[in-house]
Design a binder for this molecule. Structure first.
Ligand SMILES: Nc1ncnc2c1ncn2[C@@H]1O[C@H](COP(=O)(O)OP(=O)(O)OP(=O)(O)O)[C@@H](O)[C@H]1O
Length: 177
């Protein structure tokens, strides 16, 4: 999911729709960063550890993302959905996974990883995604600040599930009561 909020006030506001491009849903490569991992002793690492061993590296890029987040008008988040029963039956496997709150890592080659403003794993609720990625844009819109929230990803990646109008209206109504 990508969200954008202009810093200047305007009378118009709007929410964007969804499209279908890539998997997982709600990601973009233009704002993501592939980075070289640096271990705590300062040595560069090809990050050759297996994904399951969860290597303890120091992520310099993710720290800068955190530090700069408050200044960003455009943020990019990624949400992974769980494998469907049909995918499990067909023997589909996870190719990318959420490694912490900001990193998307390749299951087969853990040295390939991308940093985003926020990454949500398959157990995350839509309510939580809304609270973190959308609520501030909608609140801003109520104060006259232009804001856009849109999702993209390949078909069946979860865009509709995440952006479902009924969910967002429900949360929005609840928040503004
Ligand atoms: N986070 C999730 N948890 C559980 N199920 C999910 C999640 N995200 C999506 N799904 C399920 O995956 C299926 C595909 O999701 P969805 O229809 O939202 O995809 P989409 O990206 O909108 O697809 P399309 O581009 O074809 O419209 C649906 O059955 C949906 O219920």
């Amino acid at each position: 999911m990508a969200s954008k909020q202009r810093s200047s006030k305007s009378k118009r506001s709007g929410l964007g729709g969804s499209g279908a491009v890539n998997s997982p849903s709600s990601s973009t490569t233009s704002s993501s960063k592939q980075y070289v991992e640096t271990s705590v002793d300062g040595q560069s690492s090809p990050a050759s550890s297996s994904a399951r061993s969860k290597p303890q590296f120091f992520y310099s890029e993710s720290l800068s993302v955190d530090a700069d987040r408050s200044k960003e008008n455009v943020t990019v988040t990624v949400r992974f959905r769980p494998l469907s029963p049909r995918e499990i039956r067909q023997g589909e496997e996870i190719a990318w996974y959420a490694d912490g709150e900001t990193i998307v890592r390749n299951e087969h080659n853990p040295s390939i990883a991308y940093a985003y403003d926020r990454v949500f794993g398959p157990t995350t609720t839509t309510r939580h995604v809304y609270d973190v990625a959308a609520q501030h844009v909608i609140s801003g819109a109520m104060e006259g600040i232009n804001g856009t929230i849109f999702a993209y990803g390949v078909t069946s990646s979860g865009k509709t599930h995440t952006m479902h109008v009924r969910s967002f209206i429900l949360f929005f109504t609840y928040d503004t009561l």
